[in-house]
Design a protein around this ligand. Sequence first.
Ligand SMILES: [Zn+2]
Length: 240
Amino acid sequence: MVSSAVELLKNELPLNQEAVVLSGDGKTGLVLVDLVNGFCTVGAGNLAPRQPDEQIARMVDESDKLCRVFCDKKWPIYALLDTHHPDIPEPPYPPHCIAGTDEAKLVPELAWLEKEPNVTLRCKDCIDGFLGSMEKDGSNLFVDWVKTNEIRRILVLGICTDICVLDFVCSTLSARNRGFLRPLEDVIVYSRGCATYDLPTHIARAAKDAVAHPQDLMHHIGLYLAMGRGAKVVSEVSFE
Ligand SMILES: [Zn+2]
């Protein structure tokens, strides 16, 4: 799509992005959605970028910066890792992030998180990380994480803005509204810490069965929908 058309659509769907200052009460949790090789590292798999991607690189960079602050402060981090059993497909997507492969591991820039005591890693085998946190006994690791750490606000980063990030945010907001997530109040999406994949319309048209997914526009729409459901979308994060 020509960039002027994208700008026109963005103007019709305006994002009111704020700056957030996180207070020192330690009641903020960071949620990382799928910062795994299978979605972020060039050439890592069926759903990985084919070439270096600016939006994804920025997301990884911003995630690393924020994770370092959270770890310094010993604030809780919840990292979702898309991970699939080889025999269980996830339509409409081709096989990706198979358990035990590098695709299902954190990107190299964030691998250090595996050793941090304030980080909870959660493998999930579905798009929505809220549902993907359910245990067989009906408990939910994400809900437990919010309650145990008495989290009042979460800052959400990750990929894809309009898929896994959006679904997680929507489920979390519904759960919060139903009273399942007390004391959680705010769900904040950090736009520069999110990214989505790029399948330009002209390439999708030429390929059979491909659904166009222009990156810049879909990222914007993901943020716009999250905002419409009640998330705060911010373009700047700082600390008190
Ligand atoms: Zn998946």
